[in-house]
Design a binder for this molecule. Structure first.
Ligand code: SF4
Length: 244
């Protein structure tokens, strides 16, 4: 794993980022989203062992008085990390000892939430952000591209529903060269709202990829469209914000 920070995040304030990658430094995620910004071998910093990481984290959290968040994120899904549950406990213990006021935030695609140990660990963090971009399985398979056939949108929604207070992150994009590879469609937006209503997330954050996506035909959704969609979500009583 490696630890970066502090950095300023518009969404999470002054933050320390923990990337639970392995020593091979390769992306470790069970999806291959067509807009994924992570390339193989894209992280250049040293890979630390668990004990070294905790020492570094203790030092950073103690020395950063305006720290708002410690974020589990990066080029690997944190929940795939072998010692995820223990690591979450260690980080929460550091916060308790230091009487820190920061939040522990975790990003995941949610696939591992059917593992009870991972689910319990996710329930103990302050904010668990799960990805949901598609409202039907055909689109999910085409755009989020899970590695194994056993992953489906139905399972994804069931997994998110296991969390008592999930936060959902949704990426939206257009593709004017190949309409099949976009999720900014009336059907998908309507379907997403129905799923949000079913899951009752604490927050929905809406993002749109930048032009320099790996998949070059992807185009961002305009400001007006994103905010209009956020309003439609809020009309159902769900907090929604645009961040991209
Ligand atoms: S879930 Fe995240 S890390 Fe995994 S492929 Fe999608 S964008 Fe990349």
């Amino acid at each position: 794993m490696d630890i970066q920070g502090s950095i300023y995040s518009r969404r999470f304030g002054t933050s320390i980022i923990i990337n639970l990658r392995d020593h091979k430094n390769e992306k470790n995620c069970t999806w291959r989203c067509i807009y994924c910004p992570w390339k193989k071998e894209s992280v250049k910093s040293d890979c630390l062992k668990l004990e070294e990481s905790l020492v570094k984290l203790r030092h950073l959290t103690q020395s950063q008085s305006d720290l708002k968040s410690v974020i589990l994120s990066g080029n690997s899904d944190p929940t795939n990390y072998h010692g995820f549950k223990d690591l979450v406990s260690e980080i929460l213990a550091i916060r308790k000892t230091q009487k820190g006021g920061w939040s522990l935030v975790c990003f995941t695609n949610g696939v591992a939430l059917d593992n009870e140990s991972v689910l319990n660990a996710c329930e103990s963090v302050d904010e668990i952000w799960v990805k949901l971009d598609c409202s039907n399985n055909a689109l999910f398979q085409k755009l989020n591209r899970p590695v194994t056939q056993s992953e489906s949108l139905k399972k994804q929604v069931e997994n998110i529903g296991k969390l008592h207070a999930p936060c959902i992150q949704t990426w939206l994009w257009r593709n004017q060269k190949d309409f099949e590879y976009q999720n900014w469609t009336p059907e998908n937006l309507k379907g997403l709202i129905d799923i949000y209503e079913q899951l009752k997330p604490t927050y929905v954050h809406l993002l749109t990829p930048k032009q320099e996506s790996l998949f070059s035909a992807i185009q961002p959704v305009g400001h007006e469209g994103m905010h209009g969609f956020a309003l439609r979500i809020e009309e159902r009583g769900i907090s929604a914000e645009v961040w991209g």
